[in-house]
Design a protein around this ligand. Structure first.
Ligand code: RIB
Length: 333
């Protein structure tokens, strides 16, 4: 096990400097601090005393890690987080990973480097062990996304039942050949939405034709391209459930580009209820997530963890809602 003297030697500083990095970091030059903390990490040097001192240092800052800041779904989650943070004297720093796991890992380090008092992850693609290990020593909350089989503090909706609801809505409108444009399969909520779609199809004894399941990535352009592909298969679908609104809007554009109409020729249901889904024509039937509430709840949980409070429970599942608009062809008579 590495000692303080090993850290000092490798970082080429005195033992006193290493000690000051933890006890009074404001007295150490920024460059030196970085150098020492890098070696601390390399040597995995975290004796209890130092770890405790490190954790006690307050920054009054929290970091929110987002997979894609250009997706407006996340703005209302952030608004919820920011409101509670501000009311409690915390600043919010934003880390946009652009769906890149390497960047996600970089943002996790902000806790080890003590640039923040806690972390809210709106994306969790890093392996479970790493995130769980981090949360053993620092306040970490997951929101929107979650980790399979983990007991980490989490706020989300039930993606399986929400997807089932979206698909059943199309089935009840008479559709039998329903396609699903999924999210990226390395993300658990995409896998859960696919599960919900399959459950709905199976419970109505409808065939789940593999060609009707196309893997997307939550981006508009992919929704467009995959929909074009679906239009040109031998027996195209009469309805599509897209795993998020951006891809659903892309799919509608692709259908329109071929001179077809939504919902008359093909019905579409999305997921998220982003602002554009109500403005776009035809307006989008979708699953509404309580985005602002998810943000508020996640920040309140993080505050509890920062203040050392015991949580009443770890998993919070909030209600979603099917919002019926024009794109699915539902008529209220
Ligand atoms: O639109 C992107 C998706 O990622 C959303 O559906 C939401 O659940 C988020 O985590």
């Amino acid at each position: 096990m590495a000692k303080m003297s090993d850290v000092a030697k490798k970082a080429n500083v005195s033992i006193a400097t290493v000690s000051r990095v933890f006890s009074s970091p404001e007295t150490v030059a920024e460059e030196t601090k970085k150098k020492v903390l890098k070696v601390v990490e390399e040597l995995n040097y975290t004796p209890n005393v130092l770890a405790r001192q490190l954790r006690k240092m307050e920054t009054k800052t929290i970091v929110v890690v987002v997979p894609d800041i250009t997706n407006t779904f996340f703005s209302r989650v952030l608004r919820g987080i920011e409101t509670i943070a501000r009311e409690n004297g915390y600043r919010v720093l934003l880390g946009d990973t652009e769906n890149d796991i390497t960047l996600e890992n970089e943002y996790l380090k902000t806790l080890y480097e003590k640039h923040a008092d806690g972390l809210i992850l709106l994306t969790a693609r890093t392996d479970r062990i790493t995130i769980e290990k981090l949360s053993e020593n620092y306040p970490v909350v997951l929101a929107c996304e979650y980790l399979e089989g983990s007991n980490l503090p989490t706020v989300s909706i039930d993606n399986i039942s929400a997807a089932r609801k979206a698909t059943e809505h199309l089935i009840k409108l008479g559709h039998r050949r329903i396609a699903h444009i999924t999210g990226p399969m390395n993300v658990i909520l995409s896998r859960d939405r696919l599960k919900g779609y399959k459950q709905a199809m199976e419970s109505y004894e409808l065939e789940v034709d593999p060609i009707l399941i196309q893997e997307g990535d939550f981006y508009y352009k992919t929704g467009y391209n995959l929909m074009l592909k679906l239009l040109f298969i031998e027996n195209p679908p009469t309805a599509v459930f897209a795993a998020n609104d951006e891809m659903a809007i892309g799919a509608i554009k692709a259908i329109q580009s071929q001179g077809l109409k939504v919902p008359e020729d093909i019905a579409i249901v999305g997921f998220d209820n982003i602002k554009m889904s109500a403005i776009f024509s035809p307006s989008l039937t979708t699953i509404g997530q309580p985005t602002y509430k998810i943000g508020e709840k996640a920040m309140n949980l993080l505050l509890d963890l920062i203040r050392g409070k015991k949580l009443s429970k770890n998993q919070f599942v909030l209600d979603d809602k099917l919002i019926i608009r024009e794109s699915c062809g539902f008529k209220n008579d």
